[in-house]
Write a protein that binds this ligand. Structure first.
Ligand code: 2IT
Length: 451
């Protein structure tokens, strides 16, 4: 390994003990940058590019007190990591989930920097959230939590400073409550401060669908590059949330067959592929906030496999994890290869695959499309929402969708170009995405001096 890369990985590990997810992505990204760092080592060292790339510009952690419907007090921890603003204001979602910790928010923030760069829109990288568990909470409890969270967060964000959005556990309902409190405290109608808003107050058409649609558009670019077609291809999808829903809709529309959905409780097996009319039920399951996928199997009479994930258990042409980080472990990768039949892993959730599992799948001829590129459609349409808010105009569904398609095609092109520039012959899209996303941010940082 290049000595500069090794030094920075080692120093980052020493400085950030107890942050396994953050170290996982730092190791994955930095290691893959070898061709670029070899070529530019002197320049990058003089500008402390790698050292600055792994150190967030600002890290905010705060107390979030709130009371439940019985009047009992609770205290959660809030986070906002403002990772890199070289190419635009910090931009990235908020995750409300019980396991959230500093390592998870930092891994998400670090990945967001490169993902946002790949969209070609002027957005820096940030991420935030809380260990608040939305499962089983009433609307009123969620509202009080969001108001308390924003009462601290408002002073750190703004349309030209930092623009949060949703992620796991944060959807239209939460963004509405967060925006209401921000507007009240600031006494200004700055709707560009958050994206993923409702249509009546500055939200963009296609934003709810954008991550899943974009992931499917990305895949269609990959498939045509490989001389293949999505029609008739089979898919195993995990999750049943917003991202899985958008992907399922678009895949089904384009003639693909979605064979599975999953939840924390297990997976549903749909032998002939989900039917168009069954897809809207995914939204009802989400709105119930129960977080169980068995509801789908019960409703439509499909087989439910408790406590398992589809990986290595279900044969499908394409795997599309849409649930959470590290859901495909080395044992899942081994089972997948042993079972055979899987051609492409199209990662939709952020970092769904461990570094070891990615390497194993690639070694065994499975093409891995990295989440940084595949799921960038979500934040890309957030960027388009910011544009519409600045213009004080709203674009049509067709206009946003066309722009999203163009952005996803352009991301794939950047990956191919980066691999060519580095003289890499194999279809290592993981490396290509890192090289392309990183280079633009590094160039901007060098131009702006040591800040
Ligand atoms: O992971 C992601 O890119 C998101 N959760 C969306 C971020 C955004 O600002 O729309």
């Amino acid at each position: 390994m290049n000595s500069y890369i090794k030094e920075v990985i080692d120093a980052t590990a020493a400085k950030n003990p107890g942050q396994p997810e953050f170290m996982q992505t730092v190791t994955e990204v930095l290691t893959s940058l070898e061709p670029l760092v070899e070529k530019n080592e002197k320049l990058y060292r003089e500008n402390a590019i790698l050292e600055r790339m792994v150190e967030p510009e600002r890290q905010i952690m705060f107390r979030v007190p709130w009371t439940d419907d019985q009047g009992k007090p609770h205290v959660n921890r809030g986070y906002r990591i403002q990772f890199n603003s070289a190419i635009g204001p910090y931009k990235g979602g908020l995750r409300f989930q019980k396991d959230v910790n500093l390592s998870i928010i930092k891994f998400l923030g670090f990945e967001q920097v490169f993902k946002n760069s790949l969209t070609s829109l002027p957005m820096g990288g940030g991420k935030g959230g809380s260990d608040f568990d939305p499962v089983g909470k009433s609307d009123a409890e969620v509202m009080r939590f969001c108001q308390s969270f924003m009462t601290e967060l408002y002073r750190h964000i703004g349309p030209n400073l930092d623009v949060p959005a949703g992620d796991m556990g944060v959807g239209g309902r939460e963004i509405g409550y967060l925006f209401g409190q921000y507007k009240r405290i600031r006494n200004q109608y700055e709707n560009g401060v958050l994206t993923g808003k409702g249509l009546s107050f500055g939200g963009s058409l296609i934003r709810p669908e954008a991550t899943g649609y974009g992931a499917t558009y990305f895949l269609t670019n990959v498939l045509s590059y490989l001389g293949k077609n999505i029609k008739g291809m089979t898919f195993a999808i995990s999750g049943f949330g917003n991202v899985a829903w958008g992907a399922t809709e678009k895949i089904t529309e384009l003639g693909g067959k979605v064979l599975t959905l999953s939840g924390p409780d297990g997976y549903v097996y749909i032998p002939n592929g989900i039917k168009k009319e069954e897809i809207p039920y995914m939204l009802e399951m989400q709105a119930s906030h129960k977080n169980i996928v068995k509801m789908f199997a019960d409703k439509f009479g499909y087989e439910f496999v408790p406590g398992k994930k589809p990986w290595g258990n279900v044969k499908a042409d394409i795997y599309m994890p849409c649930a959470r980080q590290n859901e495909i472990l080395i044992e899942d990768a081994e089972a997948t290869v042993k079972m055979g039949g899987v051609q492409i892993l199209n990662e939709v959730s952020n970092m769904p695959t461990t570094n070891e599992a990615v390497a194993y799948l690639q070694q065994h001829g499975i093409i891995v499309c990295p989440s940084k590129a595949v799921n960038a459609g979500g934040v890309a349409v957030s960027g388009l929402e910011m544009s519409q808010n600045s213009e004080r105009l709203a674009w049509s569904k067709e206009e946003v969708d066309e722009k999203l398609k163009g952005i996803m095609a352009n991301i794939f092109k950047q990956i191919i170009d980066a691999l060519q520039a580095a003289g890499i012959k194999e279809n290592n899209f993981v490396q290509g995405a890192n090289l392309a996303g990183f280079k633009k941010v590094a160039d901007a940082m060098i131009a702006q001096g040591l800040v």
